[in-house]
Design a protein around this ligand. Structure first.
Ligand SMILES: *Cc1c(COP(=O)(O)O)cnc(C)c1O
Length: 390
């Protein structure tokens, strides 16, 4: 089956849909048995599509898990109420007191917060590493290192990591590799082909795709599935069937949406590249983005999210740029059909291993599905406001 056909048919097994086109939303806190032997059998099948208790899953959530496994080439998937819950669930499923974690310095900021606060309190030590470290990660692996966490591209600053080199070094020392693969999506980066053991998604972004639900999921190969499921179940993680439905619905159109986001963003980025105010573009498909060559080698596409760095700009000028946009709304998050703009203050304060030396401010765009000429006109006016105040 070719990829497009697989995407259009995934998560739609008749055992979930009963013949409807879309998998229905099952609202159920419990699922009842007719016989004692059925009840007993449910224990054995709890992670295998068995129906017993709402928190363990129901046909809607199982259909989404099946779809994620299909698309990412995984053996198991566990769902969480948000992307961040998926990150905490994955790490806490495997790290114990006394363990050490290696964490990419450009990781999603709340992931950094987890390391510095809760994990520290639990006796789990974190070392942040330069995301461009590649095979050099070996030097940082200790006897008690349990997890190397990668995020590629990094949040906001967009460095692409050499994941095969990091995975190779990790596996030589029996360390697991977890990846936040939200940007890559299950379509543009295949984590298990590059040595990743556990792939994490904020389904909130492109998978849901319409900015109307929070969803997290972790996919894994068989070797780690039981421990991930057991620990996450012990912590009470589950996803509401309504949000699972929205994620499934997003998956069926994910590929065409990504293509249009990619096309629009590339056009905007090329336009920005020629602006005199812009120092450089941090888009994985651009040579100016650190690790561009790894994106070229390992990814099959890009999407609507990228950043750019200005040559100069004080806070008042950046504020003038950001305020008064017509189409780019100011807001966190990304992956919906709409365009968003954001700036990040004090990046250098978060970069403890690799630093951040850009002189001008960094602006992050999520380029949506609007007409790209309208978006460029919006940015053109933004630069006019910027230059007036600068
Ligand atoms: C948004 C995001 C998350 C967190 O997802 P939520 O659903 O908002 O909790 C994690 N990682 C990355 C890269 C993100 O962009």
């Amino acid at each position: 089956m070719k990829e497009d056909t697989r995407i259009a048919s995934t998560g739609r097994d008749k055992k979930y849909t009963h013949g409807a086109i879309n998998t229905p939303v099952y609202h159920a806190s419990t699922l009842t048995f007719d016989t004692v032997s059925e009840m007993k059998a449910s224990y054995a099948s709890r992670h295998k599509g068995g129906l017993s208790y709402g928190r363990r899953g129901n046909p809607t959530t199982y259909a989404l898990e099946q779809a994620m496994c299909d698309l990412e080439g995984a053996d198991g998937c566990f769902l969480y109420p948000s992307g961040l819950a998926a990150i905490t669930g994955a790490i806490l499923s495997f790290a114990s007191a006394g363990d050490h974690i290696l964490m990419a310095d450009g990781v999603y900021e709340p992931t950094r917060g987890l390391c510095r606060n809760m994990l520290k309190r639990l006796g789990i030590e974190t070392t942040f590493y330069d995301p461009m470290i590649g095979a050099g990660i070996s030097d940082l692996i200790r006897d008690n290192t349990k997890i190397i966490f990668v995020e590629s591209p990094c949040s906001v600053t967009m460095e692409i990591q050499d994941i095969p080199a990091i995975s190779k070094a990790a596996h030589l020392r029996d360390v697991m590799v977890m990846m936040d693969n939200t940007w890559g999506t299950p379509l543009h980066f295949k984590p298990f082909d590059h040595g990743v053991d556990l792939s994490i998604h904020a389904g909130t972004k492109y998978i849901v795709g319409h900015s109307d639900a929070m969803v997290g999921c972790v996919t894994t190969r068989a070797a780690h599935a039981e421990q991930l499921f057991d620990m996450s179940y012990q912590m009470g993680y589950c996803l509401s069937p309504d949000d699972a439905y929205l994620a499934l619905r997003g998956i069926w159109t994910l590929k065409v949406r990504l293509k249009q986001h990619e096309k629009n963003a590339l056009k905007v980025a090329h336009w920005l590249e020629n602006r005199p105010e812009v120092d450089h573009i941090r888009h994985p498909a651009f040579k100016s983005c650190p690790g561009h060559e790894f994106w070229q080698r390992d990814f099959t596409g890009s999407n609507g999210l990228f950043s750019f760095v200005l040559k100069e700009g004080h806070e008042a000028a950046t504020t003038a740029l950001m305020e008064g946009m017509k189409h780019f709304k100011m807001g966190f998050s990304w992956g919906g059909y709409e365009s968003l703009i954001l700036t990040y203050y004090g990046i250098q304060n978060y970069r403890t291993a690799s630093g951040w030396t850009a002189k001008g401010p960094l602006i992050r765009l999520h380029v949506g599905l609007e007409d790209v000429d309208d978006l460029i006109a919006d940015l053109e006016q933004a630069f006019e406001r910027f230059n007036k105040v600068l």
